[in-house]
Design a protein around this ligand. Structure first.
Ligand SMILES: Cc1cc2nc3c(=O)[nH]c(=O)nc-3n(C[C@H](O)[C@H](O)[C@H](O)COP(=O)(O)O)c2cc1C
Length: 421
C-alpha cells in the first residue's frame, strides 16, 4: 500500500488564508525550535536526511545550503514557484492549500544560512497562488514571523513576491535570476553558480517550493528518521501530479521507492474505460516516455538513470493505447521550440530542425535518413546546449528511440506507401 502523508497533511483541513489555523496545526513550531539551534546543527540535520531538490535536477540540498552559508555579506533566498513544466501542479497546490508551510521552510533555510532577504518567484498565470501567498506574507509580517528581530531573536528577514514572466525558461535558475533583475529570462554561463553570484550579483540560494516544504518535516523528526522514509537512494516523500487517461487524476504524496504502476493503479484507479496503457511520460515534457512493460520501476532518481532521465518535478502522464507516439512528440517539440530562449545556437536552431523532422513522422513522410538525422540532432542538442532546457528537451525523443524503436521503423515503412499531407 501507499502510505505516508506529510507535506499534504493540512490540505483541506485548514483555511489557507488563516495563520491561526496554521498555528493550531503545529505551524511555525519547528521554526521556533530551529531559532534555538545554530547553522551547523540545522544543516547537519538536513545532510543526514539525504534530501535532494524537488525542482527537477535532484541536487543534494545540504551541499548547496552549506556552500551558500559560507558566503558573507548580503545574500538572497529564492523560492522557485515558476512551475512551467507541462503536467505539474504540485507547487500550486502547496502554495494554495498550505502557504505558511512554504514560508516556514524559507525561514528555516534563511535563518540557517544567514540570508536577510527572499523572493518567491511565482508563475505569472498562477493568480490565485499569488493572492494567497501575498495574504500569507502580510499575516506573517503582522505576527512577526517576518520582518525585524523575528520573535524577539536577532534574526531579521524580508520576503516578497516576484510574478513570473510567462516563460518556461524563467524556471531555470539563471533565467529566473535575470527575470528578478528585470531583464528578459535567459540563462548565464556557469560557473559562477548562483550560490556565489546570483540576484544582483549577490550569493543566492534557489530551491523549489516542495524542497522548502520538506525542511520543517526534516527538522521536526530529525535527519536520521527522515532518511528512513523512501528508498536507499531517494529519501522522503514525493508529490506526484498524475494526469492523462487515469480514473483519478490528481496530486498524490508518496514515499520514494513506490513503483510507477502502484501510483497509476492504486492511486490513479487505473486507465479509463478499461483501455490498455500505451505509454507513460515521466516528469513532464522534459521526461522520458516509457512503455507499459517498464512501469514496475521504482520512483527514484537513481533508478530512473535507465531512462537517461530523472523523476523531474514529479509528473506522471498516462496515455492509453489510442494515442499516437508521434503526435505526442510533436506536442513536446512544439512546446520546446516555442520556449527556447534563443541564447545558444544548438537550442535555438536545433529545436526548429527537430520539429520539422517529427512533422515528417506525423505526416507519414519520414525516411531512414530522417530517422538518423533525428537521432544525431537530438544527441547534439542534449550534449551542447547551455542550460537544462536543451539538455532535457530531447529526453522524450531519445527515450522513444530506445523503447519504441519498432514504432519508428514501422512509420518509416508506412511512409513508403502513404502520401504525405
Ligand atoms: C527550463 C527549465 C525550467 C525549470 N523550471 C523549474 C521550475 O519551474 N521550478 C523549479 O523549482 N525548478 C525548475 N527548474 C530547475 C531549476 O533550475 C533549479 O534546479 C531548481 O529550482 C533548484 O531547486 P531544487 O534544488 O530545490 O530542486 C528548471 C530548470 C530548467 C532547465
Amino acid at each position: 500500500m501507499i502510505e505516508q502523508i506529510e507535506l499534504t497533511k493540512r490540505f483541506n483541513k485548514i483555511d489557507p488564508q488563516s495563520i491561526n489555523d496554521f498555528l493550531e496545526f503545529d505551524g511555525y513550531k519547528v521554526f521556533k525550535k530551529v531559532l534555538t539551534m545554530n547553522s551547523n546543527e540545522i544543516i547537519n540535520e538536513i545532510a543526514l536526511s539525504k534530501i535532494t531538490g524537488r525542482g527537477g535536477a535532484g541536487f543534494p540540498v545540504s551541499i548547496k545550503m552549506s556552500s551558500f552559508a559560507n558566503e558573507t555579506g548580503v545574500k538572497y533566498i529564492v523560492c522557485n514557484a515558476d512551475e512551467g513544466e507541462p503536467g505539474n501542479f504540485k507547487d500550486r497546490y502547496l502554495m494554495e492549500k498550505d502557504p505558511h508551510q512554504v514560508i516556514e521552510g524559507i525561514l528555516i533555510s534563511a535563518y540557517s544560512t544567514g540570508a536577510s532577504k527572499g523572493f518567491i518567484y511565482i508563475r505569472g498565470e498562477y493568480s490565485k497562488s499569488i493572492d494567497i501567498i501575498r495574504h500569507s506574507i502580510k499575516e506573517a509580517y503582522k505576527n512577526n514571523y517576518l520582518g525585524d528581530n523575528i520573535l524577539g531573536s536577532n534574526f531579521s528577514f524580508e520576503l516578497e513576491i516576484r510574478r513570473g514572466a510567462g516563460a518556461y525558461i524563467c524556471g531555470e535558475e539563471f533565467a529566473l535570476i535575470e527575470s528578478i533583475e528585470g531583464k528578459p529570462g535567459r540563462t548565464r554561463v556557469k560557473p559562477p553558480f548562483p550560490t556565489q553570484q546570483g540576484v544582483f550579483n549577490k550569493p543566492t540560494l534557489i530551491n523549489n517550493v516542495e524542497t522548502f516544504c520538506n525542511l520543517p518535516f526534516i527538522l521536526r523528526i530529525g535527519g536520521n528518521e527522515y532518511s528512513k522514509i523512501g528508498s536507499e537512494y531517494a529519501t522522503g516523500t514525493k508529490l506526484i501530479s498524475l494526469t492523462g487517461n487515469v480514473n483519478n487524476k490528481g496530486l498524490y504524496e508518496v514515499p520514494y521507492g513506490r513503483t510507477i504502476r502502484e501510483v497509476i493503479e492504486i492511486l490513479g484507479g487505473g486507465v479509463k474505460d478499461n483501455k490498455e496503457i500505451g505509454m507513460v511520460q515521466l516528469g513532464g515534457a522534459c521526461g522520458a516516455i516509457i512503455p507499459e512493460s517498464l512501469l514496475d520501476m521504482d520512483i527514484d532518481n537513481e533508478k530512473f538513470a535507465i531512462f537517461d532521465s530523472k523523476m523531474g518535478a514529479g509528473a506522471i502522464i498516462v496515455m492509453d493505447e489510442s494515442f499516437d507516439l508521434f503526435d505526442i512528440l510533436l506536442k513536446n517539440m512544439e512546446f520546446f521550440q516555442h520556449e527556447t530562449c534563443g541564447k545558444c545556437m544548438p537550442c535555438r536552431e536545433g529545436h526548429i530542425q527537430v520539429l520539422n523532422l517529427i512533422k515528417k513522422f506525423v505526416r507519414y513522410s519520414a525516411t531512414k535518413d530522417d530517422y538518423l538525422s533525428l537521432e544525431s540532432l537530438a544527441n547534439v542538442i542534449h550534449e551542447t546546449t547551455l542550460c537544462g532546457l536543451g539538455q532535457t528537451s530531447m529526453t522524450s525523443i531519445l527515450s522513444t528511440i530506445k523503447f519504441f524503436q519498432e514504432e519508428y521503423q514501422q512509420r518509416i515503412r508506412e511512409s513508403l506507401f502513404k502520401e504525405g499531407y
